[in-house]
Design a protein around this ligand. Structure first.
Ligand SMILES: [Zn+2]
Ligand SMILES: [Zn+2]
Length: 245
């Protein structure tokens, strides 16, 4: 896990994580932090001091405060970095059908990213093979609106105190199971038990017959999903299978 926030605007990409904007994945290197006022066309962004040192949350309290949606001005222009050690005692249990049951109508996701007024389904999208959850889209508008940046590491994950370490993008870092045909690699399971596969096949193509949930069926795998591009802060758009409530 990590890194997330670079320390100085002279740092290269190995010192920081990534940020997702307009469908693109950007390295959060020192230059990205230095350029934020231009990138967002807003001169309020100034996340470093006269030495180029980047303002970064340093403690668990900082992490909790900066992640508060009502974050005060004192955390404006902070790179928010919550460390795995802050949630060392957290345990998460997920119940996923061993035998997925496809239904006739899809279920909308609840929570952040779900359509307004239809927050009946689960909010979590699925699990990687390492047990890390593929979570709802990160609330990047709220994060940026508070003039904070909460980067993801190169695997697309970061930590919050309630959820622990979780993914917002599938960047190909977590375990992938290569398929014998040219089909995209399997990256985990959706919360309804159907397989989750990478966006692109070995030739770099996305399937053209995906349904509204980003799923389709083939003879080898049955019904399964292909996750969204990492820059879209998204995995799949709904589930077609029954889930454990
Ligand atoms: Zn998050
Ligand atoms: Zn497929």
């Amino acid at each position: 896990m990590g890194p997330w926030c670079p320390e100085n605007i002279s740092d290269d990409a190995s010192a920081g994580g990534i940020w997702l904007e307009n469908g693109q994945v950007y390295d959060v290197d020192g230059a990205f932090i230095e350029n934020m006022a231009t990138f967002y066309n807003d001169s309020t962004w100034l996340m470093y001091d006269g030495n180029g040192d980047i303002y970064t949350t340093e403690t668990e309290d900082d992490c909790a405060n900066a992640a508060n949606p009502n974050v005060g001005a004192e955390y404006e222009n902070f790179c928010v970095e919550c460390l795995p050690s802050y949630v060392a005692d957290l345990t998460q249990t997920y119940l996923i059908p061993i035998t997925p049951v496809k239904q006739t109508t899809p279920i909308s996701f609840g929570g952040v990213g779900g359509p307004p007024g239809q927050s009946t389904g689960p909010s979590q999208r699925g699990l990687a093979f390492n047990g890390v959850v593929f979570d709802a889209p990160a609330p990047t508008d709220a994060i940026l609106g508070a003039y904070t940046l909460a980067p993801f590491d190169d695997a697309g994950g970061h930590v919050n105190l309630n959820a622990g370490y979780h993914y917002h993008a599938a960047t190909g870092v977590s375990t992938q199971i290569t398929q014998d045909d040219d089909h995209a690699a399997m990256i985990g399971y959706a919360i309804d038990g159907h397989g989750l596969y990478a966006q692109l096949d070995v030739n770099g193509n996305e399937p053209t017959d995906l349904d509204d949930c980003r799923g389709h069926t083939d003879e080898t795998r049955g019904y399964h999903y292909h996750v969204d591009a990492p820059g879209n802060n998204n995995f799949i758009d709904c589930i077609y299978g029954a889930y454990v409530n």
